[in-house]
Design a protein around this ligand. Sequence first.
Ligand code: FES
Ligand SMILES: [Fe+2]
Length: 511
Amino acid sequence: MSKISPKDKARTKVRPYSAYYRRETPAEDAELTHTDAGTPLGEYMRRFWQPVCLSSQLTDVPHRIRIMGEELVAFRDKSGDIGVVQRHCCHRGAGLEFAIIQKHGIRCCYHGFHFACDGTIIEVPGEADKGEKLRQSVSQGAYPAFERDGLVFAYMGPPETKPAFPNYDAFVKYGDTRLVPYTNVYDCNWLQVMDNIADQMHTCFLHNNMTQEGVEAPMLSLNPTFTKTPVMDYAEVRDGTAMMFIAGRRVDDTKVWIRMNDLIVPNITEHAYLYEDGRERRLFHRVHMARWYVPIDDTHCIIFGWRMFGDAIDPFRQGDESKCGANNIDFLDGQVNNRSFAEAQRAPGDWEAAVSQRPIAIHALENPMQGDIGVYLYRRILRNAIRGKTAAARPERMHERAGKDLPTHCYSSNTVLEIARRASVVEDEEMIRRLGRDVLAAVASGDKHVGEKRNQEVRRSLAALEDKYRLQPERAANAPAKKAPAKKAPARAAAAQRGGRRSARPVSGGR
Ligand code: FES
Ligand SMILES: [Fe+2]
C-alpha cells in the first residue's frame, strides 16, 4: 500500500472510491474488550457477581461453561448445593463435565477423586488413606456460586473480597411480579452488545421496518411511537458509576413520553417497559428486564437476564413467558442466531447488527454522529472505572450498600406527562430535553426513601413537574429561538471517546 501523509489520509476519507486507502484494520480497544484473567477489565469484572448459567441447565450431569475465557463446569449436587469449578480435574486433567454428581459435590470419572462444591477433596478412592494426605496439598479450583430466580451466579474474583449480591431495586419482586431467567448468545465481543443499549438511536432505524422491500417482519419492529426519532440526552449518575440515556418523544399534541434506562458498570443494564406507547399518562413505570453482558471469551458473549412479568409491569399484556429461556427471548426477532442467513439478511435484528460489527468492533474505525454520544460516554465511564479513576466505581465502594443490606436504586423508567406541544419544533424539542433532565432529577430525588414510599415520592415529584411544564407553553413559545445543538454533537462524541470533556452533566444522588 502506498505511504500517505496523515493529511492526505484524512482526505481519503471523503474522496470517492477510497477503499484502497482504507484497508488497514487497527487493533481493537483491548482495555474495554479483553477480559481474560489478568487483563484490567477482566480483573474488574471478576470483582462482581456474574451470572454463568441458568438453573434449568443444572441437571443430572455437570454443565460445561466458558466465562471470560475460563473453562468451567457448573453443577447442583444431590443435596441442592451449587458448584462452579475449573473444568480440568486437578489430578490429571480429565474434563469434569464427565464427573458423576454426588450427594455432596462431584466425583471425577477418571480416577474417582471426589470434590466438594468448594473444590476441596472429600475422598481419593485409589489411595490407601483415601486422600487424607493429598487433601492437605491440593484442591480443585472452584468459585463461590449460588442461584437466584433461575440464574446461577459465580464470584470469580479473589475469595477474600467476595461481596454481597447487589441489591438493585429492580431485582425486588413487587405485587405479582415474576423474574423469569433467559440467555441470548452473541458471536462477538461483549462490549458491542452493551454498546447497543447505549446506542438508543438504533431503535428508530433497526427496529422500524428495516427490511428488504416486500419483506413483512412484524416481530422486528417496535410500536410506532417508539420508532419516532427521540430527543436524546445522557447523564452520568450515582457518582459516575452508571449512565442514563433519556429518550424524550412528543406522542401527540398533549403528551410527552420520557424513557430512561440505566447502564451500570461494569456490565448491567436495566430496561424500562418495552411496550410503552405513550398514549396514557403514566408516572414512574418501572423495569421489565435486567441483564448482564457476560464475556464467554473476547469474541463471544452471553446475555443473562431476568424478564419481569405480571400485570403491574405489563399493563398491555405483551410479554410471553413461554418464550424466555436458554438462547431465547420473547420480544423482537433477531435477538439470537435462530434464523437462516437468508432470512436474517432480509430482516436483520440486533444480533445481526452487533455480530457483523466484526468479532471485536474496531473503535478506531468509527465515525461518530450525534446519536452515538451515549456509546462514547458509557465507554468513558467504564474506562475510568477500570483505571480506578472514579472513586465510587471501585468494587469495594460499588458493593458497600449491598454489604449493609441497603438497596441500590436504578432510575430506569417510563413516564408519560400531559404537556402541550410548544409553538415550534425547536422549542418543543428544547422543552422535551429540559423535561427529560428534570424527570431524571425527580427520580433521583426519590433516593431519600425506599420501597413504596420512594415510588410515591417520585410520582408526586413527577406530577409537580407536569404542572410546572403544563403552565409554561406561552413563555416557552415567546422565548428567543436557540440554536439546536446538533452540529456540535459529533465533536462532543469524539471528545467523550477520547476521554476528554464531559458530554453530559452528571446527576448525583444516593444509591
Ligand atoms: S483425572 Fe480426575 S481423578 Fe484422575
Ligand atoms: Fe435493539
